[in-house]
Design a protein around this ligand. Structure first.
Ligand SMILES: *Cc1c(COP(=O)(O)O)cnc(C)c1O
Length: 404
């Protein structure tokens, strides 16, 4: 089978604005029929007109027209040249890590997604692929962590769940000075807010399950790169290992991405309202809220970097419940906000990182990086902002020490 990625057109000098690109980027509609929506090519295989005479597709693991439309779209959105769609964010991350070899070491941000930590710690360790945890927001610490076998750097910014901001451009520079492959997990921002390839990253990847899908109805992963050689290797790994996105999920994702701009604008506004409400409670003292994490606060470490490298502060807000307040009581009392894993959907979700997203991380590492047992992570949705605030306020009352 051929594994050559479909050649990408060079990025045009007049890239449309993001709010147009999310609707018309990639392959727009159906050339043959004029349908404005890309068809769902629910097919595993494609007729060959003779030996070796394919019409562009041969087998859907290798390439599928619906998936290809999505792959072109993510390449356009990230200002890359080649895109790849996977069955999940973890399939995307695993495929990217397959670029490395036995004995290689990858540096990872100290609060990466729990699943990223887990695949390195409990799956790829069997192949002697090593990892080292580093605070990538500290450039000196990052440079010092590069060892003899270090070949790659995996950054999340803002990272999960404490929203630690890494200066992507500066970190990529440190990485490249040391010959590292620089990978950025851009899930928390989406390409609408941040485009790591333009900041020097070699590979950008997403759990498209989150903001890109946006409706909590699919699991998928996306990758984009500029370099043709890297694209060739990724296309080979994607086809060889087979963790591809199916045609229907690809189509759902294209559909979700069309509203990315309007959803993100609303997410940002709502998150700011929620963050400022929590902060006002924290500043009052004794009202159930401890430290609040949101890069939009002017005194948040990395605020200026975030303002420079991204077009918004994101819609994830984490906070510590005050002394004596009950975590379970708070989460159980929420009515509008749903207690669930995941983030980035239209509905507001709350999660408890220590026992949910970061349960795979040993307690001592968790506590060292600041993921305490009273930390709550909110994915602020696009419902009525006052309603979200009112729900959090009533749950705080229910979680008071005196109520328990
Ligand atoms: C959810 C998530 C992942 C994993 O993606 P799945 O689609 O759940 O496999 C990776 N990175 C980040 C930052 C995430 O939030």
């Amino acid at each position: 089978m051929t594994n050559t990625p479909v050649p990408r057109r060079e990025a045009s000098e007049t890239t449309p604005p993001m709010d147009t690109l999310v609707i018309h980027g990639g392959i727009d509609g159906d050339e043959r029929t004029g349908a404005v929506s890309v068809p769902i090519y629910q097919a595993s295989t494609f007729k060959q007109d003779g030996l070796g005479r394919m019409r562009g597709y041969e087998y859907s693991r290798t390439g599928n027209p619906t998936r290809e439309a999505l792959e072109h779209l993510i390449a356009d959105l990230e200002q890359g040249r080649h895109g790849f769609a996977f069955a999940s964010g973890m399939a995307a991350i695993t495929a990217v890590l397959m670029l490395l070899h036995t004995g290689d070491e990858v540096l990872i941000s100290d609060n990466v997604y729990g699943g990223t930590f887990r695949v390195l710690d409990q799956v790829l360790d069997s192949f002697d692929l090593r990892y080292r945890i580093v605070d990538t927001s500290d450039l000196d610490a990052l440079a010092a962590a590069v060892g003899e076998h270090t070949v790659a750097l995996l950054i999340e910014s803002p990272a999960n769940p404490l929203l630690t901001v890494t200066d992507i451009e500066a970190a990529a520079e440190v990485g490249h000075r040391n010959g590292l492959l620089v990978i950025v997990d851009n899930t928390f921002m989406s390409p609408y807010l941040q485009r790591p390839l333009t900041l020097g990253a070699d590979i950008v990847l997403h759990s498209a399950t989150k903001y890109l899908g946006g409706h909590s109805d699919l699991v998928a992963g996306l990758v984009a790169v500029r370099d043709a050689e890297l694209a060739k290797r990724l296309a080979f790994i994607q086809n060889a290992t087979g963790g591809v996105a199916g045609p229907f999920d690809s189509w759902l994702l294209i559909r979700g991405i069309k509203t990315l701009a309007v959803r993100m604008d609303r997410h940002l506004g709502n998150a700011e309202t929620v963050a400022r409400f929590l902060r006002s409670r924290a500043d009052e003292g004794g009202s159930g809220v401890g430290r609040v994490y949101w890069p939009g606060f002017e005194d948040f470490p990395g605020h200026d970097v975030q303002a420079r490298q991204a077009d918004g502060f994101g819609a994830i807000v984490s906070f510590e419940l005050g002394e004596g307040y009950g975590v379970d009581a708070f989460l159980s009392a929420l009515e509008l906000v749903t207690l669930a894993e995941s983030l980035g959907g239209v509905e507001s979700l709350a999660c408890h990182p220590a026992t949910m997203t970061h349960a795979a991380m040993p307690r001592e590492i968790r506590e060292r990086v600041g993921i305490t047992n009273n930390l709550i992570r909110l994915s602020v949705g696009i419902e009525n902002a006052d309603g979200i605030v009112a729900d959090i306020a009533q749950a705080l009352v229910a979680a008071r020490p005196s109520e328990r």
